[in-house]
Design a protein around this ligand. Structure first.
Ligand code: ADP
Length: 343
């Protein structure tokens, strides 16, 4: 009993000062209105004290129950006992707190889910990276070992093996460069430098640099008409990366026909279109090709030396330009990747 009284009084101790002030004011007020004898004053003080003591006891009891209720709700949240926010119910006196606890519950739950997703993405990414690294490393290792085991003296294969090992090391290098770019983009370290640039001069230079690639495959690379003095706005270096990825994909996945780069002007922007007459992409895969390491035809993309990261980088860079990439494609007829830049 005494313990309970002690606990309740201690729960209400935050009100001691206020109640003491009320007590003094009350006595002062009463003795002011009715002049009391010392005995009367002492009795009144004792009765008031007793009354206040009972009041503190009741307040303490109520506060203790409220605290217990909140504590038990928090404990249930911590132990994952609730499946939905609707299951969280508090008594009427604490109803204001109920909404706060519910939103805290939802926020914590979504934070945890996001963390789990991030963890999963990280694990998948690491798995993919190791898998992607393994292919060229095993390739290089295999050719070198075969050469060391005697193939180096066989003029029929030695050069061929060296060429293949060199191709694998080039793939490895491309993969590492793409990985560095992806990590820079995702950690926010990739700084953009937006400026107006001359579209004609810029795209002509890119086409000239990529001519070798298309000529090696016997696919014409055509640049459409660009209005002289057309100024587009963006980061030239990063946009070059976008163009290199799109154009080299167009060449890689086209066996006959042509690859075209067109700039279509509208009132406020210039739309850059990279169009090929290649293998095309199935409708169902279009939304996935921008995922890291996603490839439509795994065997073919490896054979043509893709890292599977190119379009993920393109998407990020264009997002940083406040624009996004659009894809149209028909299997067997070709694909068209396009994005708009402000002018
Ligand atoms: P990769 O380095 O493998 O080419 P990307 O991220 O650049 O990786 O492209 C992802 C996938 O999208 C490719 O593996 C390929 O299957 C498909 N793809 C991209 N561009 C084209 C295209 N122009 N024509 C057909 N398929 C394409």
């Amino acid at each position: 009993m005494w313990n309970k009284i002690k606990k309740n009084l201690s729960a209400s101790k935050i009100y001691f000062v206020e109640i003491f002030i009320v007590f003094v004011l009350f006595l002062f007020f009463i003795s002011f209105i009715y002049p009391l004898s010392l005995t009367q004053f002492t009795s009144l003080s004792l009765i008031t004290l007793l009354f206040l003591f009972i009041l503190l006891y009741i307040i303490g009891e109520k506060r203790k129950l409220d605290i217990l209720e909140v504590k038990s709700i928090i404990e249930s949240i911590r132990k994952n006992k609730f499946n939905s926010a609707e299951e969280i119910k508090l008594t009427t006196s604490l109803v204001d707190l109920e909404d706060e606890i519910k939103s805290m519950f939802l926020k914590t739950r979504s934070d945890i889910e996001n963390l789990k997703k991030l963890e999963q993405v990280r694990t998948e990414f690491l798995g993919n990276v190791s898998h992607e690294l393994r292919t060229p490393i095993f390739g290089i290792q295999g050719y070198i070992e075969t050469l060391l085991d005697g193939a180096i003296n066989d003029p029929k294969v030695n050069k061929n093996f060296l060429i293949k090992a060199a191709r694998h090391s080039e793939n490895l290098n491309n993969l590492l460069n793409d990985l560095i770019d992806i990590s820079m983009i995702e950690s926010g370290e990739m700084r953009m430098s937006f400026r107006f640039f001359d579209a004609k001069e810029y795209f002509e230079a890119i086409i000239n640099e990529m001519k070798n690639l298309s000529e090696a495959k016997g696919i014409p690379l055509i640049l459409g008409e660009i209005r002289p003095n057309l100024q587009l706005f963006g980061d030239k270096i990063r946009l070059k990366q976008v163009m290199t990825n799109l154009v080299s994909n167009a060449i890689k996945y086209t066996d006959k026909g042509k690859v075209e780069i067109l700039i279509v002007e509208s009132e406020k922007e210039g739309r850059i279109i990279v169009k090929d007459t290649g293998i095309g992409i199935p409708e169902s895969e279009i939304s996935r090709i921008f995922e890291r390491f996603y490839r439509v035809d795994k065997v073919r993309t490896r054979a043509v030396g893709g890292t599977g990261l190119g379009l993920a980088i393109v998407k990020h860079i264009l997002e940083a330009h406040g624009t996004k990439i659009t894809v149209k494609s028909t299997i067997g007829e070709g694909s068209e990747f396009s994005f708009a830049l402000k002018k």
